[in-house]
Design a protein around this ligand. Structure first.
Ligand code: AMP
Ligand code: MG
Length: 486
């Protein structure tokens, strides 16, 4: 396939790392590829032009049946702490087809998920089912349009083959676009490599690719730890802002770039409950909503362990330095979280009492099972449904305090609303709507609901006629769970 026609510009630098960090492997061809979703906006953003290519050809490319010239397919090696237990992993059902460079010299990993077995597949089939791939497409695109750093989704192609899970499902390949797939787990893998240079090479590669400014600093390894810590804090604060729960914050699912990655059992919280867990296997609530900052810190500790040999030859000294950086986590997180919550409430400036005001609202939301997203919509005058919980005396008196507080801004409610409208989404991918859309796609070949959802999630901060539909929260979501092993 001609590169010129589409505009692929591959420059596959990951292959310059030591051979132990990846395996060269081709995708396993699929029977009858059929294009299900294609992200034309994203393809334009990264300077790829598919307008002269028909859907069958697009499906052939994004199933792995017909690779573009210049692609060099590899499965990346990595390790990871999964629910606290260390394991050697790697791309068991994913392949990077190459690093594409756009006109502004931005570099993107183009990765297939569900493209067949690799040396890291262990006993699994290397394949993915249509429903979960559509789900990753929907949620990752929703996150992007919410303004949250994330990997993106370019295409979903049905394979025409079945995959066997608890039942027989349609197979699919998702194409993921990421600023890189370097994970905390990639460093964990390099740390235990027999080749002593692997860690330093990965470090230099990562710094060059993501944070070239620190190349010349006196202590780049400490700087990298500081940067990744800040990036992850900012990411988690964003998740907390919109009520996103990742579901599997294993170290292999935490990127060095600070993008959200690997949409498995994730979902958006409806009623406010800090203990909300969506993953069916997370019995202990390790990855519950309120635990996310704590887990991020734990994962960063694992990352810091990998950097110790680069920080100093003196292990004790290296631990001391890394610990000092990690000890900053709580203060930085708290300050970022408070800033974010003040914005959600349209508060300008800082007052010590603000924290109490925020906590009071959250406690009330928890007690009254108030919907997290809708409550902020209500405060912005964007939730018009009658809901008697907002007449509860405790809430009414809190609201009075809040109104008094925002008067201290500049006495203009409009100034507060301006801030609030930027950070409080009017719509999120509601679980029941996502499930409905997936059901009609996978069971009835009807993609209209998925497309409708994707269209509406493009502008989550704007009001339009369908907004109220996204504010309904059916009771059956009380025990909503999503599944791993997809
Ligand atoms: P995840 O839960 O998606 O982060 O995946 C954890 C690990 O399991 C990664 O190494 C995946 O590549 C691997 N994995 C998940 N599903 C499959 C599958 N169907 N076939 C092979 N490997 C898989
Ligand atoms: Mg993963």
């Amino acid at each position: 396939m001609s590169i010129k026609k589409i505009g692929w510009k591959f420059d596959n630098t990951y292959l310059n790392l030591s051979q132990s960090m990846f395996s060269k492997i081709n995708p396993t061809p699929v029977k009858t590829p059929k294009l299900v979703l294609f992200n034309h906006n994203l393809s334009k953003e990264i300077d790829l032009d598919f307008s002269k290519i028909n859907n069958n050809e697009i499906a052939s490319i994004f199933s792995g049946n017909q690779l573009p010239d210049g692609s060099e397919t590899i499965a990346q090696a990595y390790a990871g702490h999964q629910f606290g237990h260390f394991t050697i992993l790697g791309d068991g059902r994913a392949l990077m087809i190459g690093e594409h460079i756009d006109k502004n010299e931005n570099r993107y990993d183009i990765q297939f998920k569900g493209s067949g077995k690799t040396p890291y597949s262990r006993n699994a089939d290397g394949r993915a089912a249509l429903g979960p791939m559509l789900r990753e497409y929907i949620i990752s695109e929703a996150m992007h349009h919410l303004g949250i750093p994330t990997t993106r989704s370019l295409a979903v192609v049905e394979t025409g083959e079945n995959v066997i899970r608890e039942s027989i499902l349609k197979g699919a390949v998702l194409t993921r676009v990421a600023s890189s797939h370097i994970r905390v787990g990639t460093f964990q893998y390099a740390l235990i490599s027999k080749n002593k240079n692997d860690l330093k090479n990965l470090f230099d590669y990562t710094v060059h690719r993501h944070y070239p400014d620190i190349k010349k600093s006196k202590s780049p390894s400490i700087d990298l730890l500081k940067i990744v810590l800040k990036k992850q804090i900012s990411l988690i604060v964003n998740w907390m802002r919109v009520g996103f729960i990742h579901g599997v914050m294993n170290t292999d699912n935490m990127t060095i770039s600070g993008e959200t990655i690997d949409y498995g059992p994730c979902a958006f919280m409806d009623k406010y409950d800090p203990g909300t867990v969506f993953s069916s296997i997370d019995n202990l609530g390790r990855y519950a909503y309120l635990n996310q900052p704590r887990v991020a810190k734990w994962n960063l500790e694992r990352f810091a362990e990998c950097l110790l040999p680069l920080i100093s030859d003196d292990n004790k000294k290296a631990i001391k330095i890394a610990t000092e950086v990690l000890n900053e986590f709580s203060n930085i997180y708290k300050a970022n979280w408070l800033t974010m919550m003040r914005q959600k409430l349209g508060i300008l400036g800082k007052k010590t009492e603000d924290e109490k005001l925020i906590i009071e609202l959250l406690s009330w939301m928890y007690q009254s099972k108030a919907d997290y997203t809708n409550t902020f919509c209500y405060l912005m005058g964007e939730y018009e449904k009658k809901n008697k919980i907002y007449d509860e005396p405790q809430f009414v008196s809190w609201k009075q305090k809040w109104e008094n507080r925002i008067k201290l801004n500049d006495n203009l409610k409009e100034s507060s609303l301006k801030i609030m409208r930027k950070v409080n989404p009017l719509i999120i991918p509601r679980n029941h709507l996502v499930e409905e859309a997936l059901k009609s796609s996978t069971e009835m070949n009807d993609l209209s609901k998925v497309n409708e959802l994707l269209k509406n999630l493009l502008k989550p901060y704007e009001r339009f006629s369908e907004t109220t539909m996204y504010q309904s929260t059916p009771l059956h979501e009380e025990n909503y769970v999503t599944y791993c092993g997809t």
